[in-house]
Design a protein around this ligand. Sequence first.
Ligand SMILES: C[S@@+](CC[C@H](N)C(=O)[O-])C[C@H]1O[C@@H](n2cnc3c(N)ncnc32)[C@H](O)[C@@H]1O
Length: 283
Amino acid sequence: MREGHPSLTASIVAAARGVGDPPADPLAAELLPDVAAPWVRAASHAPPPLLSFLSFGLTDHMALRTRAIDEALREAAFSLKGELPQLVVLGAGLDARAHRLRDLANTVVFEVDHPGTQSYKRARIGARMPTAREVRYVGVDFERMNLGDKLAEAGHDDAKHTFWIWEGVTPYLHMPAIRATLETIGQRSSPGSRAAITYGTPDMTRLGRHLAPLVGIAALQAFRILGEPLYGLIAPRQLHAELDMVAYRVLRDDGVRDWARRFDNPRGRRLMVDERLVVAERR
Ligand SMILES: C[S@@+](CC[C@H](N)C(=O)[O-])C[C@H]1O[C@@H](n2cnc3c(N)ncnc32)[C@H](O)[C@@H]1O
């Protein structure tokens, strides 16, 4: 992250959610920087296969990821008989769930993000009414600050159920910051709380196994140039062990091609990047 600047990757993934007819996130275009919003609105009328091709699959990837996490959120609310008092969105970026999901009418949403990204997001959201009961903003740098203290100060109640979303953030963090955040999730979750966490594995690209050095170096360089280098790629078995250490039991762990099959998106089955989503429950 570049100090004092909003995350560029947050805008890129929001732009990918904002194209399509209908878009995966109808609010996304409104939250983008002024220079990008008209392009995204214009691109919405282009054929989805063309959008997917031009974005290297990102539009399909984001639509599938959004659906997979929304589905996990609804399943968690269902398991709690519709009573989901708290949602914490970690590294929220331009996530608009608090403003688009009617299921959150009784839920307090804590949007946690790097202060640079969060001040930009708050300015864009402005006075828009949330669909959630309430939204509270918590500025935290996962690498340097104590997430638990900040959540407690914001009124997060560790005795009530929480659903945690950590979407598209772990690859940008070093392992100690990932571990510290997981510890906070474990400590501030009452039993039955759930977490949906996306992550990248060391062999997350299709070509990775064959051209690992070349693809790896190119991808790492691209993110470095954006000012948001990747550090936190993690194997499923390791992440499951880390979750177990914070008293979370894995309910399911699947990847973008599994979501593509589930949501009947044939293009999604051919995506190059196989990001994963683990859904786990506090014991
Ligand atoms: C690719 S964006 C994902 C945003 C959002 N979750 C989504 O999926 O649209 C990465 C997010 O991680 C946040 N982030 C990166 N490093 C961080 C750090 N050290 N502390 C807090 N947030 C961080 C950025 O501010 C950004 O919002």
